[in-house]
Design a binder for this molecule. Structure first.
Ligand code: PLP
Length: 407
């Protein structure tokens, strides 16, 4: 049994020791990005101090060790999400780029006029707009899985959206605006009964839930390094080998080619076909250190701790007069969105910031979710493994103080 030593974990994150506006930082904006442990920060410095060199190119020593380190990360990702092959792991800039690769390459090749793509009512803009752009280009159509007033997807309605024309399904594992955890396996199975491939946006899941892409049977899976204690500027597109092989490349350039002449270019094999140009090398390498860090603690242990914290925070917030939770699904993860009667979320955010408490306010890149609840935005508290009940108590005190000033 691994134990969860919160003091040790907090000590790993240097930024948690700083003050903001004269108060100890309380960081509850983990849904936007997580802080980084010193293991990741040190690895970034080590990369530049010890091995900086371009990857996949040189015969010289430094290029070989940086290439090896970059490829080690690919294998760590493969093991972390239980992919069958390492070449099914495409290193991208983040979730957004990963989804855009599928929209551009799969979409360009296999989705045509009048075809349909199913997404859900709770998607992040990065899982809406790439499909809309494809629809504008190709004349295909978006179908949207509706949700109920608790912020849960309507699975019966989802089933009824399928037709001969359905070519792809794309939805989020965990909603960044509501915290809803979707019944991913069931939804994938339903799509596969219709022989339709599925992309899952894992940006809010990868740091909270153990992922097994083979067991899920998911066709594409996307996530970002910076929301899982790793560097910004790196993320992953997992894709089934068979689908990736069928898809045309994304961008053209170095690394993604085998031979180039002015008459004809042949493309490199997977995964390099989708990795044109010099990648964010240091972020790619240090994503591996973030995975090591998470694994050294254990996602099972992290999940238990975060669930306890979510329950505590939800119950303490319920004490606030006039609070309305946005997103009350039976199955939730690490995100609490709320509004308070008669108070603008932004004003709450500003006062909390003065007290050193960082929360997110606004539409959280999910305007259709806000429209569905008929609100302009929410206050969002999103948790990470280094948050504590004491920090929740500071939030509650701050919130009570803010409301005394605002109501
Ligand atoms: C953050 C987020 C994205 C976009 O990730 P980037 O790192 O900005 O590319 C997509 N979907 C969800 C659910 C997110 O939370």
């Amino acid at each position: 049994m691994r134990t969860f030593d919160i003091e040790q974990i907090r000590a790993d994150f240097p930024i948690l020791g700083r003050e903001v506006n004269g108060r100890p930082l309380v960081y509850f904006d983990n849904g936007a990005t997580t802080q980084k442990p010193k293991q990741v920060i040190d690895a970034i410095t080590r990369y530049y101090a010890d091995m900086n060199s371009n990857v996949h190119r040189g015969v010289h020593y430094l290029s070989q060790i940086s290439t090896d380190a970059f490829e080690v990360t690919r294998r760590k990702v493969q093991a972390f999400i239980h992919a069958k092959h390492e070449h099914e792991i495409i290193i991208t800039k983040g979730t957004t780029e990963a989804i855009n690769i599928v929209a551009s390459c799969y979409g360009r090749a296999f989705i045509n006029a009048e075809d349909e793509i199913i997404i859900s009512a709770m998607e992040h803009h990065s899982n809406i707009v790439p499909w809309q752009m494809l629809c504008d280009e190709k004349g295909c159509k978006l179908r949207v899985i509706p949700m109920n007033d608790r912020g849960e997807l309507d699975i019966e309605a989802y089933k009824s959206l399928f037709s001969e024309r359905t070519k792809l399904v794309s939805f989020t594992y965990v909603s960044n605006a509501l915290g809803t955890v979707n019944p991913v396996k069931e939804m994938i199975d339903i799509a596969h009964e219709h022989d339709v491939p599925v992309l899952v946006d894992g940006a809010q899941a990868i740091q909270h839930v153990a992922i097994d892409v083979e067991a899920l049977g998911v066709d594409f899976f996307a996530f970002s390094g910076h929301k899982m204690y790793g560097p910004t500027g790196v993320g992953v597109l997992y894709g089934k080998e068979e689908l990736l092989n069928k898809m045309p490349p994304y961008q053209g350039g170095g690394d993604m080619i085998k031979d180039v002449t002015f008459e004809k270019t042949t493309y490199n094999e997977l995964p390099f076909k989708f990795e044109a140009g010099t990648p964010n090398i240091e972020a790619g390498i240090c994503l591996g250190d973030a995975i090591d860090y998470i694994e050294s603690i254990g996602l099972d242990v992290i999940k238990d701790y975060e669930e306890e914290l979510l329950a505590y925070a939800t119950s303490r917030l319920s004490e606030i007069d006039g609070i309305r939770f946005i997103g009350t699904a039976a199955h939730k993860s690490s995100v609490i969105s709320f509004v308070v009667d008669g108070v603008h979320p932004y004003d709450i955010g500003v006062i909390l910031d003065k007290l050193g408490v960082a929360v997110r306010t606004g539409h959280h890149c999910a305007q259709p979710v806000m429209n569905a609840f008929d609100i302009p935005g929410t206050v969002r508290v999103s948790l990470a493994m280094y948050n504590t009940k004491e920090e929740v108590d500071i939030l509650i005190e701050g919130l009570q103080r803010a409301l005394r000033m605002l109501v």
